[in-house]
Design a protein around this ligand. Sequence first.
Ligand SMILES: [Zn+2]
Length: 234
Amino acid sequence: MHPDVAALLAVQDDDVAINQLETRLAELMPRLAVMAKERDKAMAALQQGRQTAESEERRRHEVAERVAQHRALQEKNQTALNSVTSMREATAATAQLETAKRMIDEDERELSAIGLRLVEANRTVEERERVVNELETAQAEARNSLAADQKDLEQQLAKARKAREGKSKAVPRALLSRYDRIRSRKRVHAVFPLRGSSCGHCDTMLPLQRRSIMSGTGATEVCEGCGVMLYATE
Ligand SMILES: [Zn+2]
C-alpha cells in the first residue's frame, strides 16, 4: 500500500472515531428534552390539582358565610317570634324560622360535601407534590450524570480532533482535500480498498487499465458507482 494511502487511512480511522463521539454527544440532548417534558407534565398536573383544591376552599368559605347569614336571620326570626302579639304574627314568624332552618340544613349538607371533596383534592395535591419532588431528585441525578458524560465526551473529542490534525499533516494536501470532499455526515467512510477488480464498497467493476495504474503508482480513484475513494491493496 502506498504510504500516502496508509496515512489517509489513519486519518479516516480518527474521523470515524470523531463521528462516533459526535453522535454520542448529540444523543445526550434529546434525553434532556425528554426530562424537561416529563417535569412540565408533572408540574401541570400539580398546578391543576392546586387549582381544584383552591376553588373548593373558596366555595367552602362562601357557603360558610352564607350559613352565618342564615343563622343571623334565624336569630332575628326567633326574637320576632318571642315578641309576637297575635296568632297571625306567630304563624308568619314560625314559617320564616322554618325556611331559615331549611336553608341552613341545605348549606350544611353542601358544606359537608365540599369538605369531602376538599380532603380528596388536598390528598391529590400532596400526591402530585410527592411525584414532582421525586422526579426533581431523580432528574437532578440524571442531569449530573449527563453533564459528566458530556464533559467526558467533549474531552475525548478535543483529543481526537487534535490527533486527527496531527495525522492529516502526513497526507498530501490534494489527496486530503479530495478525501474531505467525498466525506460527509452521511458518508463517514470515504476510502475503501479495491476488492479484486471491484469497488470494496459497492462492487462496481473498475477497468483493468485504471486498476493497473492504481497498483503501479499507488494512485487513488473515485468509484463511478458510489463515489468513494478507492485504493489498491497490493
Ligand atoms: Zn463503489
